[in-house]
Ligand binder design. Structure first.
Ligand code: IVH
Length: 678
């Protein structure tokens, strides 16, 4: 073989392995299976052995593991970077507007103005300016803590480095989207799947000179911390951004009625293919910042904003098989394995079939030709079956009556709210030992909102699970990193990075731990409510004791948001010896910090209950205010209750009488507003 040809072949292989490494380590999303990776690795090493002139720093022979993904310093955001809830239809938007009006307790007919902004599909960043100087640039990270990517962001010419304007705040975080235009994307080396990956990959280069090579752009749309804020509306802020030298989207608009929202959405969707950047929808934000502040947020998303996605893209394929996946809550989800098909630039090979009813309703069978819909990052679904193309021998799909993982007889729960049987089939997992559920719980345990173990994604959980390295959460803290460094695709460096991330995750707050355990019906909000009650891990451990548990659960039932469902689930969970062992083994490995409540709040340490409607705010807003000020809301009057707030409209006299008997302080509506200084 000619030398040039050998070099060319070698370079191609190096390029491939570089790409595989990147997807495996940085994105936790392997492009090829281990066997294929190893084959390529051996081919490269054999070529190097045969031809001594071949050498490359990206060759597996030159590397000990992969470049650390924790190459950037972690910095807390002064104000968290929230994410957005999604709306897929105008009905969802109507709900969103209605909820806002209910929360603010304003009339249906009253107008609310929204800033409607195109949602560019890129990577968000937060840039801190102190006295007009770009001083710190952070990635979103998990929303609370970002990565210090100052040097990389400084290479973007759209981002002003110095702003000398009298009205520019002394200290401000400017937030926006870093992206790459469609036309620039086609010009750069095709090592990224789409413009979004290209922007993300380039921003996270360790060497800022690498970032510089890729033409990144920046559009500003928000703020974090501001001193001193002199604007009152989002739209006013956007106009100011322009005068300060930032790019803003020229398609930003103020909308108010549903008709206007719908029209604007349609118009921009029509222009979508002509725009030089990828859009995945529009963002609506309540324009008035005072109202935004009153609305606040739930978990990680604001009540005052939503993303209105564009309609999905469709494609056709054949169902090769229907598999049943068992989720961490025991839900059995049927998944169609389809002939891979490219839908809007993404190769789809799985589609969710939701549940048994859905399969029956759409009469979906193995071998069917189906229409698949993919919307953004949501799991693709089967829209309908092309019945004319059906093979006459195709058999109806029979939903399993037993859990495919542990063999338990499956059930459908009765839903007390809808007064109907649930559509979801579940493995009851009475003994808490169903293997697939355990594995899925581990995936939840390491995830962002739980332990947040960086670089420990779902794929790694699956991989370690298959290798029998982990079964229970505590096993993660007993891993042997020497053994891991010898696994395929791992090296000393990547193993030691993982060791560091695991070590870092050991310090965890009580609410995150409660959420991470994965108790049914205990989501992030309930975990916070519980942590607020227990405060420290010692008190939480009292749940392990049968007698103490009984008393605790009786009290918890009084807390707002905790009902019979949650209490039964907690009782059920902690009555099981397997679970007690799992949780106590885990706690031994962790350093659980106390739940921090705002000790300065005006309701700190107080319990409050409401009866009757308030005229100036909804019950939801009143409750949110109490929690913000460190107080607890009770659902029933008891000796522990400090205040009963009696609203002007239809208070329950029984509640008032009971509170009087118990000597609870009773507050009327006006005194309530006075307490709040409103
Ligand atoms: S506002 C609470 N405005 O969308 C506010 N986000 O799903 C959250 N994005 O992480 C962000 N254009 O990466 C906002 N005009 C815009 C946006 C925008 C794009 C992205 C951003 C964010 C994600 C939220």
């Amino acid at each position: 073989m000619k030398k040039e040809k050998i070099i060319k072949e070698y370079k191609k292989k190096i390029k491939d392995i570089k790409k595989y490494d990147k997807f495996y380590h940085d994105k936790n999303d392997p492009l090829v299976d281990d066997a294929k990776y190893d084959k390529l690795k051996n081919e490269i090493i054999n070529l190097e052995k045969k031809y001594s002139f071949l050498k490359n720093k990206h060759s597996p022979s030159q590397k000990i593991g992969y470049e650390p993904s924790d190459k950037f310093k972690k910095v807390n955001h002064a104000v968290p970077m929230l994410s957005l809830a999604n709306a897929f239809s105008i009905e969802n938007i109507k709900d969103f507007v209605k909820k806002i009006k209910n929360f603010l307790s304003i009339k249906e007919s009253e107008k609310i103005f929204f800033s409607a902004e195109p949602k560019i599909d890129g990577i968000s960043a937060s840039i801190k300016y102190i006295n007009g100087i770009f001083t710190l640039g952070l990635s979103r990270g998990d929303g609370k803590t970002g990565e210090d990517i100052t040097n990389n962001l400084k290479t973007i010419s759209d981002i002003p480095k110095k702003i000398v304007k009298p009205d520019f705040p002394k200290n401000i975080d400017i937030r926006g989207e870093v992206y790459i235009s469609k036309s620039d994307f086609v010009k750069i080396d095709k090592q990224f799947a789409n413009p979004r990956n290209a922007a993300g990959g380039s921003l996270r280069q360790k060497n800022a000179n690498e970032t510089k090579k890729i033409p990144l752009k920046f559009v500003a749309y928000g703020f974090g911390n501001v001193e001193t804020k002199k604007f009152e509306k989002q739209s006013e802020f956007i106009s100011l951004l322009k005068t300060w030298g930032f790019n803003t989207n020229p398609l930003n608009k103020i909308v108010s009625s549903i008709e206007e929202i719908e029209k604007n959405h349609k118009e921009i969707e029509m222009q979508r293919s002509d725009l030089d950047y990828d859009l995945d929808g529009l963002v609506y934000k309540v324009d008035n910042l005072k109202l935004q502040n009153r609305l606040g947020f739930v978990s990680n998303s604001p009540r005052w904003a939503i993303a209105h996605k564009f309609s999905a893209e469709k494609g056709f394929s054949i169902i090769k098989n229907i598999e049943i996946q068992v989720g961490r809550t025991g839900a059995l989800t049927p998944v169609a394995k389809i002939e891979p098909v490219n839908i809007g630039g993404v190769v789809v090979s799985n589609a969710t079939l939701h549940n048994e009813d859905e399969i029956n309703r759409k009469d979906i069978r193995i071998g069917d030709v189906v229409c698949i819909q993919r919307a953004g990052d949501v799991i693709p679904q089967v829209l309908y079956v092309e019945k004319i193309k059906r093979n006459k021998n195709a058999k109806k799909f029979i939903f399993p009556e037993k859990c495919p993982s542990c063999g338990s007889k499956t059930t459908k729960e009765f839903n007390f709210t809808t007064k109907k049987k649930d559509a979801v089939t579940r493995c009851p997992d009475l003994k808490f030992n169903c293997k697939e559920i355990l594995r899925e719980k581990l995936k939840h345990f390491v995830s962002k909102d739980a332990l947040n173990i960086e670089g420990f994604g779902k794929k790694i959980v699956q991989n370690f699970w298959d290798l029998n390295l982990i079964r229970y959460p505590a096993d993660i803290f007993n891993l042997d990193f020497k053994d891991i460094s010898n696994l395929d695709g791992w090296g000393n460096l990547s193993a030691s990075n993982l060791e560091n991330s695991i070590e870092n995750s050991k310090k965890i707050s009580l609410d995150k731990l409660i959420f991470a355990i994965g108790i049914r019906h205990i989501g992030q909000e309930n975990a916070k409510t519980l942590a607020k009650y227990f405060i420290n891990i010692k008190k939480f451990e009292e749940l392990f004791d049968k007698e103490k548990r009984k008393t605790i659960l009786e009290y918890l039932l009084e807390l707002d948001g905790i009902g019979e469902t949650q209490i039964n689930s907690l009782d059920n969970f902690f009555s099981n010896q397997n679970n007690l062992n799992t949780v106590s083994n885990l706690i031994k490995k962790l350093n659980v910090s106390n739940f921090k409540t705002s000790k300065s709040g005006i309701f700190y340490g107080k319990t409050i209950m409401f009866t009757g409607g308030l005229s100036k705010m909804s019950r939801a807003e009143a409750k949110a205010l109490v929690e913000k000020e460190g107080g607890k809301i009770l659902g029933t009057a008891s000796k522990k209750l400090n205040y009963l707030v009696v609203g002007g409209s239809n208070p329950t006299s029984k509640k008032v009488e009971k509170a009087k008997l118990m000597n609870v302080k009773i507050i009327d509506e006006n005194s309530w507003y006075r307490l709040l200084d409103r």
